[in-house]
Design a protein around this ligand. Structure first.
Ligand code: ZN
Ligand code: ZN
Length: 294
């Protein structure tokens, strides 16, 4: 990518039929080209490779199956060759981070493959791993969050939310990825401030600390419109306040749609651009990570 790269013309967080998306690779490429996008990257929910023994990773329907990873990378590289000159296509993964269970490091060897290499990783915290009880997703159904909170954290929301920020900090510290996914996903089940106030001192303190660590790491933060696209949230990830903290510390950002279908490839991008402007970002400063990519 060059310095003239236009933030609005890329879509780097895309799910396909390899995980829980509804469209295949070719359909998504064709739709992206039709929409006038210049750059797309596929980021299926990475499989759990079960390299680390304990505890075993969760079994889900929304992650890619481990046996499909080779075909996934090959199919994207085929599309990359086919679309060369019209659309730049990257092979990525959205990798779950669960401390000592799963993370970007599990995919290090795929980045240096001679053929069909993995170009980039979006690292996301979807799971809390409580001291007791089972790991649970923070963005799943309300009942799952409710029972995870009760069984894993004795119902103490502050403990659960702090555990989420601990995981984000540990992930940033470990590194090994390009884009930090939906950094404040923990708010998803907090509509109407059901569990906590994002203005609470304890909460704001963690945001400020995390923003500082992200900026120091040089990792790019995604401005994710997925919640808006799917009608699940009324604001972007991250919140306007978090975005301002990131801007003040000069953290690089990229707009993504977390698209699960072709129609959402650039969904709600105007809102994301507006949020970035409000936070003080200049358009040219968006997506400054490109030079590091292969
Ligand atoms: Zn995600
Ligand atoms: Zn995603």
């Amino acid at each position: 990518m060059t310095s003239s790269y236009n933030a609005r013309l890329s879509s780097l967080h895309i799910h396909s039929v390899y995980c829980d998306g509804s469209d295949d690779i070719e359909t998504l490429c064709a739709a992206a080209f039709q929409k006038g996008l210049r750059t797309i990257g596929f980021s299926s929910h990475a499989p759990f490779l079960a390299k680390r023994a304990k505890p075993p990773p969760p079994q889900t329907q929304w992650h890619m199956r481990p046996q499909d990873l080779g075909a996934y990378l090959a199919e994207i590289h085929d599309a990359r060759r086919r679309w060369a000159g019209k659309l730049t296509v990257y092979a990525g993964l959205e990798v779950d981070y669960m401390q000592d269970i799963a993370g970007p490091a599990d995919f290090a060897e795929y980045r240096t493959l001679e053929e069909n290499a993995l170009h980039y990783i979006i690292a996301s915290v979807h799971y809390l791993v409580p001291p007791h009880g089972e790991p649970f997703t923070v963005d799943g159904a309300d009942e799952e969050f409710e029972s995870g909170l009760r069984d894993g954290y004795s119902g103490n929301i502050e403990d659960a939310v702090n555990a989420y920020w601990d995981a984000e900090e540990a992930l940033v510290e470990e590194g090994g990825f390009e884009i930090l996914g939906h950094v404040d996903l923990i708010k998803k089940n907090n509509a109407g401030e059901k569990y906590f106030s994002p203005q609470s001192e304890w909460f704001v303190k963690r945001l400020v600390r995390l923003a500082g660590r992200i900026a120091a790491s040089g990792i790019t933060v995604e401005i994710n419109t997925g919640g808006l696209n799917r009608g699940r949230t009324t604001e972007l990830y991250p919140s306007p306040f978090f975005l301002t903290l990131l801007r003040q510390r000069n953290a690089p950002v990229v707009i993504t749609a977390d698209a699960h279908c072709a129609a959402h490839l650039d969904g709600c991008y105007p809102q994301a651009m507006e949020a970035l402007r409000m936070a003080g970002y200049e358009e040219e400063g968006v997506n400054s990570f490109g030079s590091a990519w292969r």
